[in-house]
Design a protein around this ligand. Structure first.
Ligand SMILES: Cc1ncc(COP(=O)(O)O)c(C=O)c1O
Length: 365
């Protein structure tokens, strides 16, 4: 009989929940990958067995996101945080300015790195009121000669998410999609570059996915050191040096799982249903729970809310822990609670959270 696995309700913001089935597949293949008599971790990155995994991950990502011709999918290391520096190193030419839309802590961090490397400006900011909203397209202030416009599609800490993306014409649009890539369909062709650390919707931490349009590669600064140039990865199919092979293998399993679930449209519907379970509990609470994000820009991935005071929040988090929930404490810059309901978080976990919220409210109102 199969051993029952004890799994908690995992609402961590990242690294975050992975589907049980892919963990089990990785476990089953750990000692002998595909009849090779080796673990995927022990196989040369120059071997056919590994290359098939690597290329499968790229193909699946292209298929699932509908990436048009003229883009490359790259695997890098250094997390999304290294992208904060690589983007300006490669694309912020002297005499040009890059625009940043400030929608949270990660946008601030991206801006701070670019500021060290060239001229930057704030194209719009939602800082006032502690990042509860997303600037409207009309608020974005940048000229046609802007080097690029940088946005953060989902603000992991504050729980806001862009509902539609700006049309930037000839100005390259660059997005940090670390916390919502693969959560819903979107038009990749609007973007010149997209980057995402893997540890939310793509797999375990340790690999960063970059999707880059070819014309941007041609414009890149050629003086940047080899490992910090996108061109290095694009030229050699991300095999210039040893890539994080196990992580890319896990990404390939995760992408196959996304496809099995019905792709992005199906996952989007499920993510909407899951998030609605928790947002409804907030909205029906008569102010017992107060959402941080403005309702029109609520994130489907990170649901942020407060209770009346820190003592009550602590009591709620203690009750959650007792009931088998993890990762519900909010980030210190917002406080309160945050439920991260990425693709792999089951509907049942969101339902259980909703019930916990109702019960806790009844007992503590
Ligand atoms: C939107 C966003 N950008 C960037 C980062 C930083 O990613 P990393 O730790 O991979 O550098 C995070 C991490 O949570 C994030 O949520």
């Amino acid at each position: 009989m199969a051993k029952t696995v004890k799994r908690v309700h995992n609402f961590y913001s990242g690294p975050a929940a992975l589907p049980l089935s892919i963990l089990q597949q990785a476990q089953a293949e750990l000692l002998d990958f595909n009849g090779t008599g080796m673990s995927i971790m022990e196989i040369s990155h120059r071997s056919k067995d590994y290359e098939a995994v690597h290329n499968r991950a790229i193909e699946l990502l292209k298929e699932l996101l509908g990436i048009p011709a003229g883009y490359d999918v790259l695997f890098l290391q250094g997390g999304a945080s290294l992208q904060f520096a690589m983007v300006p190193m490669n694309f912020l030419a002297p005499g040009k300015k890059a625009g940043y839309v400030m929608t949270g802590t990660w946008a601030e961090k991206a801006y701070a790195q670019a500021e060290k490397l060239g001229e930057v400006f704030i194209a719009a900011s939602a800082k006032e009121g502690n990042y509860r909203r997303i600037p409207s397209p009309g608020e974005l202030n940048y000229g046609p000669d802007t080097a690029y416009l940088h946005i953060t599609s989902n603000n992991t800490i504050f729980g806001t998410q862009w509902q539609s993306f700006p049309e930037t014409g000839a100005v390259p649009l660059i997005a940090d999609m670390s916390s919502d890539i693969l959560s819903k369909p979107f038009d990749v062709s609007k973007f010149a570059l997209i980057y995402a650390g893997a540890q939310k919707n793509l797999g375990p931490a340790g690999v960063t996915v970059v999707i880059i349009r070819h014309d941007l590669l041609d414009r890149a600064n050629k003086k940047v050191p080899t490992m910090l140039r996108y061109e290095t990865y694009a030229k050699d199919n991300s095999l210039y040096n040893t890539p994080p092979t196990f992580n890319i293998y896990m990404v390939s399993l995760m992408l196959a799982w996304v496809k099995e679930q019905g792709g992005l449209a199906a996952l989007h519907r499920r993510n909407q249903e899951k998030a609605a379970l928790v947002y409804d509990a907030i909205d029906a609470s008569n102010g017992f729970y107060v959402g941080h994000a403005q309702p029109d820009v609520r994130s489907l991935m990170n649901i942020t809310f407060r209770l009346a005071n820190e003592d009550l929040e602590k009591k709620f988090l203690d009750a959650a822990k007792q009931a088998g929930f993890v990762g519900l404490a909010g980030h210190r810059s917002v406080g309160g609670c945050r439920a991260s309901a990425y693709n792999a978080v089951p509907y049942e976990s969101c339902l259980a959270l909703r019930e916990l919220m109702f019960t806790f409210q009844k007992e503590n109102w």
